[in-house]
Design a protein around this ligand. Structure first.
Ligand SMILES: [Zn+2]
Length: 177
């Protein structure tokens, strides 16, 4: 084999090696990021096909020997078949994922269409909210007022209803207050 034939053979082998190393360089995760995985697989298939074309071309021109050609081509074919096998279910998966997305979108749209616009309910809720807020401060004031039961007979500090002992001096309180 002449020197240029060696260069071509080495180039082809490097290309073949590079293509075969792809799955190792780019570990694929199954089940996630389906569309990008499909495009990456397709790129690899294209690479295999392109390398095979070059290999055939160089073999046809007599640039490489059958010794170099056959094993490289077999390896490329095997790799290509592997990729295509992986690609086919992936394509199915991607299509299914897309139809599921469309389905759920349709459901969402249908649900929104069905749900009646209910301004009455909304304003009722608002009224309730306003009433509750209006009531709250009054209730608090009343509660505070009712809890203050008087002054401790011993220390003169304020005591509250329900106190059994003065919180300040600790004297037992009689609840006649
Ligand atoms: Zn006291």
């Amino acid at each position: 084999m002449n020197p240029s034939g060696w260069i071509v053979a080495v180039t082809i082998l490097v290309l073949v090696g590079w293509v075969l190393a792809q799955p190792l360089l780019r570990p694929m995760r199954r089940g996630s990021a389906v569309p990008s995985e499909v495009s990456s697989l397709q790129a690899q298939v294209d690479q295999v096909i392109e390398t095979m074309r070059e290999l055939d071309f160089d073999y046809a021109l007599g640039k490489i020997s059958g010794e170099d050609y056959s094993p490289g081509r077999v390896a490329l074919l095997a790799r290509g078949a592997e990729l295509l096998k992986e690609l086919d279910p992936q394509r199915g998966l991607a299509a299914r994922a897309r139809s599921q997305q469309e389905e759920s979108l349709e459901r969402e749209i249908a649900a929104r269409r069905k749900a009646p616009a209910s301004p009455r309910l909304g304003s009722d809720q608002l009224e309730d909210e306003i009433r509750t807020r209006r009531r709250a401060p009054q209730g608090q004031k009343k509660e505070v007022g009712s809890r203050r039961a008087g002054l401790c007979s011993r220390c003169g500090q304020a005591i509250q209803v329900g106190d059994r002992f003065c919180p300040h001096c600790g004297v037992a309180l009689n609840h006649a207050i």
